[in-house]
Design a protein around this ligand. Structure first.
Ligand SMILES: [Zn+2]
Length: 242
């Protein structure tokens, strides 16, 4: 764990009241439970910092797979009774199963879920579509306090269950993966599973998870340092960069 987090948790840093809402200013409160910070968009800002890195990893993965020679063994045909995941593992992930993956990310301009797949007002953080092979992947990111990772996973899965069902009923092979990156920089197993499923492998996975968890930890550190400062500046800065 990072030194600054350790020090705060050991009580070495001064943690009196939360300057925003005057409740107990513990690390857990400042980083994930302050209603005022939530309302300010501070947690949203951190979420988007992490989402941007995940989107870069996925975008690179798609580009790499497009430049690979088409290999017959990479085409996945799943027959009745077969386990698709096993075949995916052998092949090189979802990226290798189509050459027309399109990536949409809910950053900057609002993501609109593709109307030809299903009608919904829900906006998953990332939508990956292959029209040719009729596959769709929904990824939904949460950057929770580590103790609440499982809870976040279940909540997000429930939120998108109906939409995923509708996509399937319209003939789309659909995967819905909630992913969690702990706000103190711990990686959730759900993130590793999702990256592997997509086809990010080996050293790339290690590098990707490091970049992603670093983004979460850095943003949390910023939230801690700026806990008493007005937030409007950061919000504007983020929007300007998008
Ligand atoms: Zn507070």
């Amino acid at each position: 764990m990072r030194i600054w987090i350790e020090n705060i948790q050991k009580g070495l840093a001064d943690t009196p009241l939360c300057p925003l809402c005057q409740r107990g200013g513990s690390l857990e409160h400042i980083l994930s439970s302050c209603p005022k910070a939530l309302g300010d968009g501070r947690y949203r800002w951190r979420h988007d910092q992490v989402l941007r890195v995940i989107a870069e990893v996925i975008s690179t993965g798609i580009t790499c797979s497009k430049h690979q020679q088409p290999a017959r063994q990479n085409i996945v045909f799943v027959k009745a009774g077969e386990k698709p995941n096993q075949r995916l593992k052998e092949s090189g992930g979802l990226f290798a199963t189509a050459k027309d993956w399109q990536l949409e990310v809910d950053l900057g301009r609002q993501l609109k879920f593709p109307g030809n797949i299903a009608a919904t007002t829900l906006r998953p953080d990332i939508v990956l579509v292959s029209e040719k092979t009729r596959q769709v992947v929904l990824l939904e990111l949460t950057v929770p306090w580590e103790d609440r990772m499982e809870e976040a996973f279940e909540r997000k899965r429930a939120k998108y269950e109906e939409l995923a069902g509708e996509c399937r009923s319209r003939g789309w092979r659909t995967r819905c993966n909630p992913i969690e990156v702990g706000c103190r920089g711990f990686v959730g197993q759900s993130l590793i599973r999702a990256l592997k499923m997509l086809g990010v492998k080996g050293l790339h996975i290690r590098k990707a998870t490091k970049n992603i968890t670093d983004a979460a930890e850095k943003a949390s550190r910023w939230l801690w340092i700026k806990r008493g400062d007005p937030w409007i500046g950061q919000a504007t800065q983020t929007q300007a960069r998008v």
